[in-house]
Ligand binder design. Structure first.
Ligand code: PHE
Length: 456
């Protein structure tokens, strides 16, 4: 190999690596470790899990590629990218609405994401203090209930998490955080593996039971609600439908292979979620806990493991540190679009734009936080504020913008260009076109329609 080709392949590698880290950093987060297990538990297990897996590859992956591809062509923030790419294809500028709804979605999601990020941060200290030592499910459940009841405490940690997110975005030190994550992410993976092994070891038959619960097809449990939830979660967990991946695409070099990079990100994202499910459900079944107990699931189950395994205190502290970092790499990606938009549309500079957006998101976060205690009974459409925001974003806004993206890529863009960008053989190109023009849009529309049928 000559020096020049060596240099070239090296620089390609490092840019692809940096990009992968940012994309995986945004994708892997609380969605995989906190949200996936409790949703699987609420939706009856395998029917949800298998549907989610199928959607990740058949719908999520192509949309991820499409967002990167559009972003790489537009080279701007999501709203202007959509507007410009549409204009260059001779299409209406109204396509910018895909970007606008996306930014709004990221704004709303961050408000509750920060609350849960605060829980993860606080659990670092709870684990460190040894409060889980020898605890069983009843005790960890009680600790979590007391924790949720302490509004000042929750508010403090929500504030700390949001401030940390704002600090990183304002200072533009995201790259430093990503480097830290180079160590933390594999660390999180190893800890999850240890937890799965531990769960398999101590919970005996409950491990097989969880495996069955998560993976043995049980299609009778499937209904419109579960399918819509699985679709929404595929978008949420890949950070799709918010223009975030589109923005990342604008930093992408022409030499990066979109399809293979997307495949790696999807596989990583899925692996973390599956490991997390396999670590949690054996503890749920072995301790007689309820799989459908909701957003507190990991905070009630994993501490049982940390309280009873050798070296559990230190592993617990490490686990929640890694989780907090994984949450931070996602939360900075959630804050960025709003900040960018304010920076462009108002006279505010980057720091001021960050402060203004963060304060508004933080205030909305307080309303979500109160939904877990004092405002638990404040309901709109029969949902508390946290559930309402989650529903509005994951089940409506993300699928709608995802649909917009795929319709735009499938029908509005010149397909020869896409064929070139993706470097597809004629056969694969036919598959790709069929998927993006027909299968995905029709599937998403049907899922939205069935998901909203009154009997669901
Ligand atoms: N994908 C992140 C997670 O799984 C959450 C997220 C959603 C981040 C949307 C950015 C955009 O935790």
């Amino acid at each position: 190999m000559t020096t020049s080709t060596m240099k070239k392949s090296h620089s390609q590698w490092s840019s692809r690596m940096g990009f992968m880290l940012a994309a995986a950093g945004s994708a892997v987060g609380l969605g995989n470790i906190w949200k996936f297990p409790y949703m699987a538990g609420e939706m009856g297990g395998s029917a949800f899990v298998l549907t989610y897996l199928i959607f990740m590859f058949v719908i999520g992956l192509p949309i991820l590629v499409m967002e990167w591809l559009i972003g790489r062509r537009g080279q701007k923030n999501p709203i202007h990218t959509m507007e410009d790419v549409a204009a260059s294809e001779g299409r209406s500028r109204s396509w910018r609405w895909v970007g606008i709804i996306g930014v709004l979605g990221s704004f709303l999601i961050l408000s509750f994401y920060s609350v849960i990020g605060g829980w993860a941060t606080d659990y670092i200290f709870l684990a460190g203090k040894g409060v889980f030592l020898n605890a069983n499910g009843e005790i960890t459940g009680q600790i979590f209930t007391d924790f949720l009841g302490n509004v000042n405490h929750l508010l403090t940690w929500h504030t700390v998490f949001m401030a940390a997110t704002a600090f990183i975005v304002a200072m533009g030190v995201g790259a430093g955080l990503e480097r830290a994550c180079k160590v933390m992410m594999p660390g999180l993976g190893i800890l999850l593996l240890i937890l799965v092994a531990y769960a398999a070891y101590v919970s005996g038959p409950a491990f097989g039971e969880s495996f069955k619960f998560l993976f043995t097809p049980n299609w009778s449990a499937i209904n419109g609600t579960a399918v819509l939830a699985a679709l929404g979660h595929a978008f949420f967990s890949l950070s799709l439908g918010m223009g975030i991946m589109m923005a990342y695409g604008s930093y992408l070099g022409k030499d990066v292979n979109l399809l293979s990079t997307a495949r790696t990100v999807v596989i990583l994202d899925v692996l973390v979620a599956m490991l997390s499910g396999l670590a949690i459900f054996p503890l749920v079944f072995a301790n007689g806990l309820q799989p459908g107990s909701g957003p507190g699931l990991i905070f009630v189950t994993l501490p049982i493991a940390f309280g009873n395994m050798a070296g559990g205190t230190i592993l617990g502290v490490l686990f929640f540190i890694f989780l907090t970092f994984a949450a931070l790499t996602s939360s900075i990606s959630l804050l960025e679009p709003t900040v960018e938009l304010l920076e462009e549309k108002t006279p505010l500079g980057r720091k001021a734009a960050t402060i203004v957006s963060s304060v508004i998101i933080w205030a909305l976060g307080i309303a979500c936080l109160l939904a877990f205690n004092e405002w638990a009974d404040v309901k709109l459409f029969n949902k508390n504020i946290f559930d309402l925001l989650d529903y509005l974003t994951s089940k409506i806004m993300l699928p709608v913008t995802g649909l917009g993206t795929i319709l735009f890529g499938g029908w509005m863009m010149k397909q020869t260009l896409i064929k070139q960008e993706l470097n597809l053989s004629p056969t694969w190109f036919t598959v790709w076109t069929f998927l993006t023009r027909f299968i995905i849009p029709i599937a998403v529309i049907l899922i939205l329609v069935y998901g909203f049928m009154p009997e669901n």
